[in-house]
Design a protein around this ligand. Structure first.
Ligand SMILES: Nc1ncnc2c1ncn2[C@@H]1O[C@H](COP(=O)(O)OP(=O)(O)OP(=O)(O)O)[C@@H](O)[C@H]1O
Length: 264
């Protein structure tokens, strides 16, 4: 494995008011790694991503990207980062071409080169016929593809993906998984946050599980499987997060739904 350190979190902690969200996270990530960053709802995954993206500054500890401390390095490091947020706002009134060219320019690309590259990438997703159509008319999956293209247009070295397969059909999912594999083979580093365990299990070469703002597991899928004596990543996740009452919870939920006492 290539040993260039791309990302380093040292004693990273973060609180919202009196509520501690991240508690002393230490993590080194190397080029060519695709990290499956998983954890229960509210564990602190998005908060970590937002800190690394410079969107949240009220943390303690040190965040180094590409060997420099982001608190003191200015914003130039952001040009090497691509980001697919879980809930993205696209500019609905722009066409795909206008939006992608705009994003390319924000990342410092020449306008005509950004437009040409966007067109080429749209073609690969069979979307060339809607290049000049407003995003407002796009389906969920089409929007997601535009978002994925916008995050990769400037050829970033470090890519943060938060539920990147949202709304994509089965064929598109296969293409995206292949794209991620090939990007990693090119030496890119990917931080992949998702709740879809089968996909995380398949594409990640390292899995980091966050629980209550702390790293509860860190290793390859095989290592986690050996340590936890469990078959799938889903069952490892359930075991580490202490989740064993799903049947009872479901029974109670359905009991309340079907409880005649509430009916008129
Ligand atoms: N702006 C905010 N103000 C106060 N609390 C916040 C804020 N943003 C997040 N939190 C809290 O921080 C904790 C971690 O949230 P975060 O969004 O990082 O979790 P997550 O692991 O990404 O969850 P999910 O899987 O549901 O997306 C949660 O308890 C959340 O309520």
């Amino acid at each position: 494995m290539c040993q260039e350190k791309v990302l380093s979190l040292q004693n990273l902690s973060m609180s919202y008011g009196s509520k501690s969200v991240l508690n002393n996270i230490n993590l080194d990530v190397y080029a060519g790694q695709i990290i499956g960053y998983i954890g229960p709802n509210g564990a602190g995954k998005s908060t970590t991503l937002k800190i690394m993206l410079g969107l949240i500054e009220e943390y303690s500890g040190t965040v180094e990207l590409f060997g420099v401390d982001i608190a003191t390095s200015g914003y130039s490091y952001k040009r090497k980062i691509g980001y697919v947020p879980e809930n993205a706002e696209l500019y609905d009134n722009l066409t795909a071409n206008e939006y992608l060219t705009f994003i390319g320019e924000l990342y410092g690309m020449d306008k005509s080169k950004a437009a040409a590259k966007a067109k080429n990438l749209m073609q690969q997703f069979d979307m060339e016929d809607v290049l000049h159509t407003r995003i407002s008319s796009f389906s969920k999956g089409m929007r997601q593809k535009v978002l994925l293209i916008s995050s990769l247009l400037h050829n970033p070295d470090l890519i943060f993906l938060d539920e990147p397969l949202n709304g994509l059909d089965a064929n598109s999912v296969i293409i995206i998984k292949d794209i991620l594999e090939q990007l990693v083979a090119e030496g890119k580093t990917i931080f992949y946050s998702s709740h879809i365990m089968e996909v995380v299990e398949k594409i990640s070469n390292r899995i980091v599980l966050l629980k209550d703002g702390e790293i509860a597991a860190d290793g390859t899928f095989e290592q986690l499987r050996k340590q936890n004596k469990q078959g799938s990543l889903e069952s490892i996740f359930n075991q580490i997060t202490g989740f064993d009452e799903h049947k009872q919870t479901a029974e109670k939920f359905v009991q309340i739904v079907t409880d005649g006492d509430y009916d008129e």
